[in-house]
Design a protein around this ligand. Structure first.
Ligand code: URA
Length: 433
């Protein structure tokens, strides 16, 4: 088999066989296919697409490129959740405890943030002492003991994705539905859960800018899940507005504690209850409405908050932060971003808000950047609310006052104030199963 023939075949819009896809993924992983040929095929896939069978074969070949996690020692149905990334998305820290509090084990592998999007691992590591770099044995033991662990990726999981993603990043081939869905689903399948709930974000802060594209991505991923015999559901949620009120690591942990205590804002609470209910439904806990009531009940009776505390303790962290969030790191300086005119906050553009928070130290501009756990932004007003000129809309938190200027400049571009009240659009846009 020759790589050049595979490239030409896809360039002509023809379907690749399973053997050809496996040859490509093997060659990328062991380095026998040079980057220029791999990139060329990636571009051909971007332009000509792949059908469901090709996408499933690509995903399975990627899973086979490295280790897989065996969770069979943990009894019951294990449900995983994945979000396609967003700004201020702290859902894992909320719905993991909700689902686990109802006896459904959650063994969650999460990632770090890059650029304007945050990552759950960075957020959890802002809790003093928390260890997210668990060995596979430690990870499984914690899930067996308390039903919930959140860890960074261990071992050599999907090495083909690491190579392909790095190439896609620099060859303009990230935005392809078959490539994104194979990348995400290969990591989910390798992580070993029996069922998967996908939170597909749509809007300015997300990969998918339109509902139509988000639906296509969701369908492609659900199709892969069922092809791989894992129950998979995708919930399409709005990322045109920031979720909740906090962006930044410790600030988001604090907000997660507020939501788990029943004091969170309505939007984040609604998204978490919906995603948790879908996870519970896949775990066989009843229909969606019953599961939503059960999920809500874990906030009301305090069991989800207690589960979060147990998880922090099991992962070596100081669980006292739950009762006393002042123990979380905080920034030395704050300043306010104020409304430029009277009117309604028409929108707060999520990706610009993410960049403004990154500029304060809460995110990574490059993979090597070091995160400041206390930095970030809290929203004092949300889209749809009325403001007067000069009224504070956001609070910026940083450890150096010199960081405020660039961040405030970015916020000028993020906030749109209008005489018109913005239309109320649903947060949960679609559910694909
Ligand atoms: N997230 C991933 O893991 N892979 C992609 O290709 C896009 C988003």
């Amino acid at each position: 088999m020759r790589m050049v023939d595979i490239i030409i075949k896809k360039k002509e819009g023809l379907k690749l066989s399973r053997e050809e896809i496996e040859f490509f993924v093997r060659g990328v992983t062991d380095g026998s296919i040079p980057d220029y040929q791999a990139s060329s095929l990636l571009m051909a896939i971007c332009l000509k697409g792949m059908d469901d069978e090709e996408t499933l074969n690509l995903t399975l070949a990627m899973v086979a490129s490295g280790d897989t996690i065996d969770l069979s020692e943990i009894p019951k149905i294990k449900v995983d959740k994945h979000s396609t990334g967003g700004v201020g998305d702290k859902t894992t820290m909320i719905l993991g405890p909700m689902v686990a509090a109802l006896g459904v084990p959650v063994a969650k592998m999460s990632g770090r943030g890059l650029g304007h999007t945050g990552g759950t691992i960075d957020k959890l590591e802002s809790i003093p002492g928390v260890n997210t770099q668990l060995s596979q044995e430690e990870f499984i033991k914690i899930v067996q003991d308390i039903g919930l662990a959140v860890a960074g990726q261990t071992g050599n999981l999907v090495p083909a994705d690491k190579k392909l993603y790095a190439l896609r990043d620099v060859t303009g081939t990230v935005e392809s539905i078959p490539l994104i869905s194979a990348s995400i689903m290969s990591k989910k399948l390798a992580s070993g859960s029996d069922a998967i709930v996908l939170d597909v974000k749509v809007g300015s802060g997300a990969f998918m800018k339109t509902t139509e594209d988000a639906q296509k991505l969701a369908k492609a991923m659900v199709e892969i899940g069922s092809g791989a015999k894992r129950k998979t559901v995708a919930v399409i949620t709005d990322m045109d507005r920031p979720l909740g009120k906090a962006v930044g690591n410790a600030l988001e942990v604090k907000e997660a504690i507020e939501v788990l205590s029943g004091n969170g804002s309505d939007d984040i609470t609604e998204v978490c209850i919906t995603l948790a209910a879908k996870m519970l439904e896949l775990a066989g806990m009843g229909d969606f409405n019953k599961c939503a009531r059960l999920a809500e009940g874990t906030i009301k009776d305090g069991s989800a908050l207690e589960k979060f505390k147990q998880m922090i303790k099991a992962q070596n962290g100081n669980e006292e932060v739950v009762d006393n969030p002042e123990l979380l790191p905080s920034a030395k300086y704050t300043t306010e971003y104020r409304a430029a005119s009277d009117g309604y906050i028409f929108s707060i553009i999520s990706d610009r808000l993410g960049v403004a928070s990154m500029l304060l130290g809460a995110g990574r501009a490059t993979k090597e950047s070091v995160i400041d756990p206390g930095a970030g932004i809290t929203l004092l007003k949300k889209p749809g609310e009325m403001v007067k000129a000069g009224e504070p809309i956001m609070m910026l938190h940083a450890n150096s006052e010199s960081l405020f200027k660039d961040s405030l400049d970015e916020l000028e571009k993020a906030v749109v104030i209008s005489r018109e009240k913005p239309p109320q659009t649903p947060l949960i846009i679609d559910i694909i199963q």
